[in-house]
Design a binder for this molecule. Structure first.
Ligand SMILES: NC(=O)c1ccc[n+]([C@@H]2O[C@H](COP(=O)([O-])OP(=O)(O)OC[C@H]3O[C@@H](n4cnc5c(N)ncnc54)[C@H](OP(=O)(O)O)[C@@H]3O)[C@@H](O)[C@H]2O)c1
Length: 251
């Protein structure tokens, strides 16, 4: 059993489902004191119970800055510092340009980009030398796929923040890296805006067909590179974007 995160305080934002849950579980198994967040109190409590190892669930909607403040206040009073910040929360949207309303645009940007940015900003006072930040973008930042304009723009923003903040924080000894998954088998497909339930099987089949390995990835296959980037093994890596996509972008 590896112990790369022994005695580390690891905050997983969006840790109650899919990629975040797999990562939170893996951080805890490697000795991390995990704090996991999400919006749904039911899945959040279930995730913390399943992870065990003293994982602490804190309900937070990161599109509300006051809730980010409350999250950081709680982490500060309980643990006093953050060693690893994994900002993974995000929502999907497959909507043709004509149908995107201002609210839809804001919902995607507030969760995926604005919430992510202010989560980092508000966590930084608790982070220092040796700290690691990992952000979840998507291969959407590198591909032009019809109906993904708002989502892809938000994820391109995440990739850009990873580069800029890495440069801004390198002097403080804090590394910032990005993971960009391809199609991964998680609940996101069932709650993507603009994707009706009856279209999901065809969409899944299309995704698999376009994937070089002809399958969806597993959340654990994203968690492993997340843990690598967050660990001391990646001590000379910052500003990087790691594609976890079976070669989809490069082939
Ligand atoms: N699955 C894929 O194919 C894929 C591909 C590329 C990138 N990604 C990205 O990977 C990340 C994780 O997605 P997933 O596939 O694991 O999907 P998921 O199972 O739907 O998980 C999404 C997570 O984000 C949280 N979340 C969403 N909006 C939030 C908000 N406003 N405030 C706080 N938490 C919020 C959810 O919490 P609640 O459940 O409580 O709402 C949940 O924990 C996302 O950023 C997604 O864009 C996924």
């Amino acid at each position: 059993m590896r112990t790369r995160f022994k005695d580390k305080v690891v905050v997983v934002v969006g840790g109650n489902s899919g990629i975040g849950l797999a990562s939170a579980r893996a951080f805890a198994e490697e000795g991390g004191q995990v704090v996991l967040t999400g919006r749904d109190p039911r899945t959040l409590a279930a995730a913390a119970a399943e992870i065990g190892h003293g994982a602490v669930p804190i309900k937070t909607d990161i599109s509300d800055l006051k809730q980010i403040d409350a999250l950081m206040d709680t982490v500060k009073s309980r643990f006093g510092r953050i060693d690893v910040l994994f900002v993974n929360a995000g929502v999907g949207a497959f909507i043709p340009i004509e149908n995107i309303t201002e609210k839809m645009w804001d919902d995607v940007m507030n969760a995926n980009l604005k919430g992510l940015f202010f989560t980092i900003q508000k966590a930084l006072p608790m982070m220092g030398q040796g700290g690691a930040i990992v952000l979840t973008s998507s291969i959407a930042h590198a591909k032009g796929t019809p109906t993904t304009s708002a989502y892809a723009a938000s994820k391109a923003g995440v990739r850009s923040l990873g580069r800029t903040l890495a440069a801004e924080l390198v002097g403080r000894g804090i590394r910032v890296n990005v993971v960009s998954p391809g199609p991964i088998e998680t609940p996101i497909i069932n709650r993507t805006a603009g994707l009706p339930a009856e279209m999901i099987p065809a969409m899944r089949a299309q995704m698999i067909e376009h994937t070089p390995m002809k399958r969806m990835g597993r959340p654990e296959e994203v968690a492993a590179p997340v843990l690598f980037l967050a660990s001391g093994e990646a001590s000379f890596i910052t500003g990087e974007d790691l594609l976890v996509d079976s070669g989809l972008v490069n082939f």
